[in-house]
Every structure is written in structure tokens, then in C-alpha cells.
Design a protein around this ligand. Structure first.
Ligand code: HEC
Ligand code: HEC
Ligand code: HEC
Ligand code: HEC
Ligand code: HEC
Length: 237
């Protein structure tokens, strides 16, 4: 068990509880309320090497999240885009902008800048401790939108951490995922509204007996056979 939960090597009673497979609801509750700080880093908003605005690129230019965060639904890890993605447009657009000088230095060989060829060092905003297992695709493939976890990124000038990412926060949704489930084709739509969706698919909804957003959530939960994932090993292997 040497490296099981490296941070808690001094926390023997806890290790015993976890290794003994203590998964009773009471244990979950106790940890939810006592062991986890509710708002660890919510609101965290570091400044970035280039003042990249999601509001401009998503809301105004109209780009889909997947244009830049492209591995979301195929691999377990997410990613921020490399210089080439920006350069596709910015070798032609906003060529004089001082905000984009760090990009030109890295991408334009004629400038002979010492940083040529180097990646932009974006500052990571959302980060879980290493002892927590998380997987984007497991969520996106079950109709959980970027918005449920990251907030309205499409309106952010500078990205900030909307939610605490605490254990209590994860469990809140794992207990009642139906409140957040969407049809798969709506996962990347940041303007999604369940009422509008129901109104736009009258025949299908009538067949399923779905009248309200709550009905829709419950139907999707049944359809995907979602079970609440609260056992310790789900997130701590
Ligand atoms: C034009 C490219 C582009 C598009 C389109 C884009 N992003 Fe980003 N995104 C970035 C870049 C670059 C960063 C890293 C810099 C930053 O945090 O602002 C980033 C960072 C993020 C982060 C924070 C990552 C961290 O470090 O924790 C989240 C969350 C995010 N994007 C979500 C979204 C969502 C949701 C959408 C669609 C609504 C989207 N992005 C569309 C380029 C893009
Ligand atoms: C699909 C094309 C496209 C891509 C890809 C793109 N941009 Fe842009 N970007 C634009 C457009 C168009 C504007 C100007 C919007 C306006 O003037 O309202 C812009 C504006 C900007 C600005 C503001 C410039 C200023 O002086 O106001 C910055 C900074 C920027 N982009 C950075 C980036 C970065 C960094 C990336 C890569 C993560 C990126 N862009 C990817 C099209 C793109
Ligand atoms: C169930 C909640 C959840 C959903 C849904 C979700 N994310 Fe995340 N995201 C997280 C968490 C938690 C982290 C931190 C992960 C870690 O540290 O291992 C994160 C990290 C990120 C990062 C930074 C990681 C990196 O490799 O740089 C980006 C970018 C990101 N998310 C984009 C997105 C986009 C785009 C979507 C929608 C397509 C999305 N996320 C949907 C919870 C979520
Ligand atoms: C907004 C809702 C929501 C939030 C927030 C959320 N999850 Fe989930 N999570 C789900 C759903 C839905 C599933 C799929 C359950 C199923 O398929 O039965 C899931 C599944 C998982 C799985 C199982 C993946 C697999 O391969 O089986 C892990 C691990 C997980 N979540 C970790 C986390 C962690 C860690 C956090 C907090 C940082 C988190 N989740 C926050 C809704 C959420
Ligand atoms: C849905 C995912 C999930 C499940 C299930 C889960 N945890 Fe966690 N756990 C987390 C996350 C995320 C953190 C990190 C919280 C933070 O950094 O604030 C965490 C942190 C912890 C911590 C450290 C708290 C601290 O203050 O440092 C302990 C102890 C812990 N979990 C025990 C458990 C036990 C015992 C169970 C089973 C009863 C369990 N966890 C089930 C997601 C989960």
C-alpha cells in the first residue's frame, strides 16, 4: 500500500478505513462535510502569457470548443491547443496586435527570436490533486456538458475556476446526475435549454412520455443505466 494515497501517510485511521472498503453512506457523508474544504480554489483566475479571450473566440468568432480542445471525446485527458492552432488564423488576422507578439516570436522564423519554436506556457487553471482519478470522456459520453463543471466559459474574457472541484462537489452530482444530463448532441452547446429541446422534438418526447426537463433527465439516466458512483475506488484507485 506504500504509494496508495501518498499525501496521507500520517493519516493511519483513514487509510485503514479506505483499505477496509468502508463505503457506507455515512462515511461518504462525513467526508463530504468534514474532510473537504468546500471552496478550495473556486474563483482562481491566473493571468496568461497572451490575454486569450474565450468571449471573443467562442461568442464572437463562433468557434466550437472542439476546434481547440480537440481530444475531449476520444482520450481521457483534455488539452489546451498548441501554437499552430492559433497561427492558422493569426498569421493572417490581427497581424499587428501587440497582444499577439509572443505568438509571432514563436512562429515567425523571419523574426529570429530566441523563443522561436517554443510552445506558449499557458498557466493551468483547473487542477485536481494527483490522488484523484478523473476522466473527461466518461462525462462527455454521458451527456455532461463543459458548462456543468466549468461554467459559462464562452462569456469569459479570462478563464476562472467556477466550481470548487472538491469531493463534496463531485459527489453532489454523482448522487443526482439527472439534473445535469443532456442528449449527447447538446453537450457542446452552451446555449442549451432543456425546455426548448423538448419543444423542438414533440413527437419523440411524446413517445417517451417526457414533458418536463426533470422527465428528460430521468429518461436519459434510465437509457444510459447510470448508477450513482460514490464508492471510494471510483475516484481513488
Ligand atoms: C481558439 C481556441 C479555443 C477555443 C475555441 C476554446 N478554447 Fe478553451 N482554452 C484555449 C486556450 C488557449 C486556453 C489556455 C489559456 C486560458 O486558460 O485562457 C484555454 C483554456 C480553457 C480552460 C481552462 C483550462 C485549465 O487550465 O484549467 C477551459 C475550462 C476551457 N478552455 C474551456 C473551453 C470551452 C468550454 C470552450 C467552448 C465553449 C472552449 N474552451 C473553447 C483555447 C480555446
Ligand atoms: C478561427 C480563427 C482564429 C483562431 C484559431 C484564433 N483566433 Fe484569435 N482572433 C481571431 C479573430 C477573428 C480575432 C479578432 C476579433 C475582433 O477583432 O473582434 C481574434 C482576436 C484575438 C486576440 C485579440 C487581439 C487584440 O489585439 O485585440 C488575441 C490576443 C487572440 N485572438 C489570441 C489567440 C490565440 C492565443 C489563439 C490560439 C489559442 C487564437 N487567437 C486562435 C481569430 C482566431
Ligand atoms: C464533470 C466535470 C467536467 C466536465 C463535464 C468538463 N470538465 Fe474540464 N476539467 C474538469 C476537472 C475536474 C479538471 C481538472 C482535471 C485534473 O486536474 O486532472 C478539468 C480540466 C480541464 C482542462 C485543463 C486540463 C489540461 O489538460 O490542460 C481543460 C482545457 C478542460 N478541462 C476543458 C474542458 C472542456 C472543453 C469541456 C467540455 C468539452 C470540459 N472540460 C468538460 C472537469 C470537467
Ligand atoms: C455535473 C455532474 C458531475 C460532476 C460535477 C462530476 N461527475 Fe463524475 N460522473 C458523472 C456521470 C453522469 C458519470 C457517469 C456514471 C455512469 O456512467 O454510470 C460520472 C462518472 C465518473 C467516473 C467513472 C468513470 C468511469 O470510467 O467509469 C469518475 C472516475 C468520475 N465521474 C469522477 C469525478 C470526479 C473526480 C469529479 C469531481 C472532480 C466528478 N466526477 C464530478 C457526473 C458528474
Ligand atoms: C466522485 C469522486 C470521489 C469519490 C467517489 C470519493 N472521493 Fe475522496 N476526493 C475526491 C476529490 C476530488 C478530492 C480532492 C478534494 C480537494 O482537493 O478539495 C478528494 C479528497 C479526499 C480526501 C482528502 C481530503 C482532504 O481534505 O485532503 C479524503 C480523505 C478522501 N477523498 C476520502 C474518500 C473516501 C474515504 C471515499 C469513499 C467513501 C471517497 N473519498 C470517495 C473525489 C472523490
Amino acid at each position: 500500500m506504500a504509494n496508495f494515497f501518498p499525501r496521507w501517510t500520517n493519516f493511519l485511521p483513514l487509510k485503514i478505513a479506505i483499505c477496509g472498503g468502508a463505503v457506507a453512506g455515512g462515511v461518504v457523508l462525513a467526508f463530504t462535510y468534514y474532510a473537504t474544504p468546500k471552496t478550495l480554489t473556486a474563483g482562481y483566475q491566473p493571468s496568461q502569457p497572451i490575454p486569450f479571450s474565450h468571449k471573443i473566440h467562442v461568442d464572437q468568432v463562433g468557434l466550437d470548443c472542439r476546434y481547440c480542445h480537440s481530444f475531449e471525446d476520444v482520450s481521457g485527458t483534455s488539452n489546451v491547443p498548441g501554437n499552430n492552432t492559433c497561427w492558422n488564423c493569426h498569421q493572417h488576422v490581427q497581424k499587428e496586435s501587440p497582444k499577439l507578439q509572443p505568438l509571432r516570436d514563436r512562429m515567425d522564423p523571419t523574426l529570429k527570436h530566441p523563443d522561436f519554436g517554443k510552445p506558449i506556457q499557458w498557466v493551468r487553471v483547473h487542477k485536481l490533486p494527483d490522488y484523484v482519478y478523473f476522466n473527461h470522456s466518461a462525462h462527455l459520453n454521458r451527456g455532461i456538458s463543459c458548462q456543468s463543471c466549468h461554467g459559462e466559459v464562452d462569456r469569459m474574457e479570462t478563464v476562472f475556476q467556477k466550481n470548487s472541484l472538491s469531493m463534496g462537489w463531485c459527489l453532489e452530482c454523482h448522487r443526482e446526475p439527472e439534473k445535469h444530463l443532456r442528449p449527447l448532441e447538446e453537450v457542446f452547446n452552451l446555449k442549451y435549454d432543456a425546455k426548448d429541446y423538448i419543444a423542438a422534438h414533440p413527437g419523440e418526447m411524446m413517445k417517451l412520455g417526457v414533458k418536463t426537463p426533470e422527465d428528460l433527465g430521468m429518461k436519459l439516466k434510465e437509457h444510459w443505466k447510470i448508477h450513482s458512483k460514490e464508492t471510494c475506488a471510483t475516484c481513488h484507485h
